[in-house]
Design a protein around this ligand. Structure first.
Ligand code: AMP
Ligand code: ZN
Length: 313
């Protein structure tokens, strides 16, 4: 089979047959057009990319770098060895070193001043849910405190379709409110919330994987959630649907992106009495769990405020 664009031998066939060169051009120019059309990044922005070491977030960092945007990268040790470990950190750090991208690292445990096993236990919810809550909290706080105006993640169309399925099945009000904000750009509606961008919103997981291969990027992702292609029941459902409706993930992403934004300032937001982060309760979800944990090193720590350790090159 031949490349649909140039007629050379095809090297990949995800949405159509393409040679490596045409695939790269097509992938990058689609993302460039999205960034320009939706104004994901403006010249005044300082962009922080959250990179786990998996194919999606590394693709996100690489494509922004290739398109000439000035970025910094944050890698977080989440305290679950299957997800983040010295190898994931090394992979992300080397990636940044080779491209002269400022690299930041922090660990949940040090940042929050608690033992992560205890935190996960006391959160009394599935680990992945707790980890997701902590990521949102830490990414936002770190980005704001370090003067970044946009926070980029590697969420792709498959992730968006999975969120959509989960929200519909759970039927919870919070999930639907969250779906409403799930767009390539989630603007900041509160001075303490940093705007989110998702440059890979219309890219497929398989495309990101192919992108890292063609760009020669070393990947080290979570063996449970994001290593190569995901394996969980939502992904299986998604694949089954795609057997009969091939472009389902992309169609969901397009539909969600088109939904009108209410754009109302969230006036139920207040500042957490303990840490000052935005929350719709008196004490934020992170502090509520942290209050139940014993501080990691009681001496020399500023109580439960959590010591911020970070390293930047
Ligand atoms: P996940 O929550 O694993 O679906 O990841 C969603 C996005 O969060 C990824 O695409 C990354 O941009 C970011 N991310 C996940 N884990 C980490 C991590 N350990 N360090 C930095 N960013 C991460
Ligand atoms: Zn708090």
């Amino acid at each position: 089979m031949q490349c649909a664009l140039c007629g050379k031998a095809k090297e990949v066939n995800i949405t159509r047959p393409l040679c490596g060169e045409c695939f790269l051009k097509d992938y990058e120019s689609r993302i460039r057009r999205l960034i320009q059309r939706e104004k994901l990044i403006t010249p005044q922005d300082r962009v922080l990319v959250a990179v786990s070491g998996g194919k999606d977030s590394l693709s996100c960092a690489q494509v922004l770098y290739t398109l000439g945007y000035s970025i910094a990268v944050l890698h977080v040790d989440v305290g679950v060895a299957a997800c983040t470990n010295p190898r994931t950190r090394n992979v992300v750090e080397r990636f940044c070193e080779e491209r002269d991208i400022p690299f930041y690292f922090l660990s949940f445990s040090e940042y929050l001043g608690v033992d992560m096993d205890e935190f996960f236990r006391k959160a009394r919810r599935p680990r992945c849910a707790t980890c997701g809550m902590l990521k949102r909290y830490v990414f936002n706080r770190f980005a704001r405190e370090n003067g970044f105006t946009k926070l980029a993640t590697g969420h792709c169309a498959d992730d968006i379709a999975r969120y959509f399925l989960k929200a519909w099945v759970s039927g919870s009000k919070e999930s639907f409110l969250w779906l409403e904000k799930l767009k390539p750009l989630t603007p900041s509606l509160h001075p303490r919330v940093v705007a989110r961008i998702r440059p890979l919103f219309f890219s497929l997981e398989q495309e990101n994987y192919a992108y890292t291969k063609f760009r020669g990027i070393v990947v080290a992702g979570c063996t449970m959630c994001s290593f190569f292609l995901r394996k969980d029941s939502w992904t299986e459902m998604l694949h089954r649907i795609e057997e009969v409706r091939r472009d389902f993930a992309l169609a969901v992403a397009r539909t969600l992106a088109r939904q009108p934004e209410k754009g109302e300032a969230n006036d139920t937001f207040q500042e957490c009495r303990i840490c000052g982060e935005p929350t719709n309760r008196e004490i934020c979800a992170v502090c509520r769990v942290r209050e139940r944990c014993s501080p990691l090193t009681p001496t020399g720590r500023s109580g439960r405020q959590g010591g911020m350790t970070q390293e930047a090159r």
